[in-house]
Ligand binder design. Sequence first.
Ligand SMILES: Cc1cc2nc3c(=O)[nH]c(=O)nc-3n(C[C@H](O)[C@H](O)[C@H](O)COP(=O)(O)OP(=O)(O)OC[C@H]3O[C@@H](n4cnc5c(N)ncnc54)[C@H](O)[C@@H]3O)c2cc1C
Length: 436
Amino acid sequence: MTVGFWFRRDLRVTDNPALLRAAADGEVLPFFIRDRSVRMATFRRRRFEAALRRLDEQIRAHGGAGLWIMEGEFTAVLALLQAQGVSSVFATGEYTPRGRRRDVRAHVAARAAGMDLEFHDSPYLHVPGEVRKPDGSRYQVFTPYYRAWLTLPKPEPESGVVAWWHDRELPQPVDPGLPDAGPMVLLSTLLDERLARYSDCRDRLDLDCTSHLSEPLHFGELHPRTVWQAAAGQPGSEGFLRELAWREFFADAMGARDSAWQSPGADQPDMADDWHEDFEAWREGRTGYPVVDAGMRQLLETGRMHNRVRMIVASFLCKDLLIHWQPGARHFLEYLRDADVASNNMNWQWVAGIGPGSSAYYRVFNPVRQGLRFDPDGDYVRRFVPELRACPGASVHEPWQHPQGYADGYPQRIVDHDEARTRYLDSQRALRGQWN
Ligand SMILES: Cc1cc2nc3c(=O)[nH]c(=O)nc-3n(C[C@H](O)[C@H](O)[C@H](O)COP(=O)(O)OP(=O)(O)OC[C@H]3O[C@@H](n4cnc5c(N)ncnc54)[C@H](O)[C@@H]3O)c2cc1C
């Protein structure tokens, strides 16, 4: 019997329980359905293509004919699958609002066509909705969620392999992607070189201290089961695994939403009529605040951005420029190589002060102080802002104080941070009806 396996955010052949479940029923025909409606800038697209190519190679290395890549909705590919003799399909569960809606549509279409469609497992250690308060409700705040999350037993990676792949050629082009360190290389670098000093150094912008696992985790090239098993109990692992719990906390919160774009609770003030101008300056890294501009240019030039800089630039957009979090989050999703709707949108809301257990609304990042603290020698800024390379050391964070600060065309500040902070806090008090 031929069984379809629909790869989505689980682009790996090992430690994949849903795939093993499919293999228990017969020969596995692996496929992926492209969604052309998702906007992807070049680096994100290349990273995605690299993940597909790696999966295709893994399938071939295990004796299969490769990954069958199709286009459109599941409903549109049903007939193609049936023509290959597929009578049932398995997939890993998806928990974003859009993913859930797609899976309901797919389920209905499969049933109408007389085909079984089953979902197993998830991209998380604990499926969204699994970590509950004693009264059965969801946690709204991270720390108690984290405490409960830690006490639950963690699943072990699956060790089985698929014995029987569909091996007749189904020719499909897979574009070559960027060469990239594979997920297992990143994991061993983390364990050998980074974990022990992770908590001390993770916020430093100028040093490369974090795991870079967000991309493989997003694409499911690596499951957090494997990361947990490798890291738990190692010196320094506590701070690192706490970050993995943030990923699960946000997925859990998103799992309870009907839309990834909902803004629960207090919202942001109205935007100015000319907000597009400020938004373009932010997007292109022309705000006149060095650490903000370095981050935004890093995103455009590499598709990556350090977590601390993501917080700084998001705070700057929402609080200094009074622009709604949504256009910022959409820009991130288009450009980030690790773009992940749950992690991205929930972090944006957290920074904007409106998400579950979010940062206090009155916490406004000071981009100069953040730069001085987390890029103390200015190396990060100079790497991405060439107009400031004449400013040595930490002086790069305050070009207005340096004689060479504007010599090479670096833009003036588009807002004064202190005034912007006051404007934001006033608007929040008006919205929230508080004068504290
Ligand atoms: C505004 C904003 C947008 C973000 N958008 C995304 C996104 O689209 N995709 C994404 O994966 N992460 C996002 N993050 C979270 C975080 O910035 C990245 O996960 C992290 O920078 C990835 O680098 P790393 O793998 O080296 O992280 P490490 O520091 O090594 O952390 C280990 C893992 O923990 C998880 N993690 C760490 N911090 C967070 C966090 N704040 N929230 C959720 N999970 C976390 C990630 O899976 C990460 O790979 C966003 C954060 C902010 C503030």
